[in-house]
Design a protein around this ligand. Sequence first.
Ligand code: SGN
Ligand code: CA
Length: 523
Amino acid sequence: GQILCLGAAALAATTASCSTEKKAPAKQYNIVYIMTDDHTAQMMSCYDTRYIETPNLDRIANDGVKFTNSFVANSLSGPSRACMLTGKHSHANGFTDNTTCVFDGSQQTMPKLLQKAGYQTAIIGKWHLISLPTGFDHWEIVPEQGDYYNPDFITMDNDTIQKQGYITNLITDMSIDWMENQRDKSRPFCLFIHHKAIHRNWLPELKYLSLYEDKTFPMPDNFYDDYEGRPAAAAQEMNILKDMDIIYDTKMYRKDKDTRLKGAYEAYVGRLNPEERKVYDAFYEPLIEDFYKKNPQGKELAEWKYQRYMRDYAKVVKSLDDNVGRVLDYLKEKGLLDNTLVVYTSDQGFYMGEHGWFDKRFMYEESMHTPLIMHLPKDFKAKGDIPQMVQNIDYAPTFLELAGAPIPEDIQGVSLVPLLKGEKPADWRKSLYYHFYEYPAEHMVKRHYGVRTDRYKLIHFYNDIDVWELYDLKEDPTEMHNLFGQPGYEKITEELKAELVKLQTQYKDPIEAKLKQQQEAQK
Ligand code: SGN
Ligand code: CA
């Protein structure tokens, strides 16, 4: 048997044994996990060159790896965070949606397992799991969604303190400060830097208010999607023209005008101090005057809203890119980069006008897909694009393997370490499972689950609807043509249904049994 040499501050991994045969102790790599909120690959130049430049994010991708088929299991903040922390799908970790769930912090999580392996763990920024963090030696989190300007933080002694500054800069300052001044430098660490940016309503850092104002962003071809043959897509409330609030989202504030989210806007912007407020108002006043004078309608309004949306989002990304650069520079300067895995990802993707939308939730590509780029420790040889299908449940086993810690049986994700070594495992997964639950709720995206393979996607919308959709991603990458039930697709539909059942069985998702029960009860 293996005798473990693990002490409290052990640098040796569990694979290092005390047997006479001398093995070099496994290295324990540091992990810096940077996760943004709602940052989609379309708005990263390493993924997509149509819109903006993100030089610091590109540094990660260029020096390291870029996953080109990276997905989430449930495209929403809390669920995505719970998948990441547990390495399990939503039904298994219990956090299925933002509106009804409280994360059970007593369950097994990857940060707790890292602590057991001798790591120091910390999380700074957005948490969004309702219960307070467990498994972290240090945490400072924003309440719920957090604020962009002069935001509050909840500290470990359960105090709420307001900090002066812009959220993305502050989270980075606090993260660097923890790495430099607070952690125990004799131990490996795993730091989760969880940005609030680029979540709605996309409030820019004041110094970037004027950035991109001269830029006209090209509109996606399916901006005017009519959702034909896709009733669930038609029922959504996340259309740029219909559902974007003219005050809250596009900042066309007028005292004498009321909208549903006017109060929320006043609260957000009300956090600026009087001097900052002057700078903010000086930028917006001429825009507001011009907007109400021209009073665009219909298509013209849709296009105007789209440009405002793209510009604001792009400005918020700019601060984020700057701050990722600061973290990379810090790690490099301190000689940590060679021994540290730096991950950059988002809690999900986002629609930048595709199908006419903002927000996420759907299993359609832009939202199920999430950016994933990594700067690898020196020992790892992979470089460039990694095409294998990966999912956010894979992060936990990956980090555990990098820590030399055992991966518990009940973890549903698979370690990405072979891919980081440049291997091409022949038995890599051929399909991914997805399940979205938050309905009825904001944006009204109906409940659905489905399977995605390399080429196809099969989705079942359920609850107050019973609709299947099938897409051929090769022929129809923007998912405009629902092929379900069309002649010629019987065989592939059958295969995908079998694959879906296989995944639901493998992951023990009880949904099919529940739906059957409901059907019986209705008879
Ligand atoms: C808020 C936003 C929604 C968004 C959810 C979930 N509305 O409720 O637009 O979909 O968060 O986002 S807002 O009026 O409060 O801005 S998530 O990323 O946290 O899941
Ligand atoms: Ca999010």
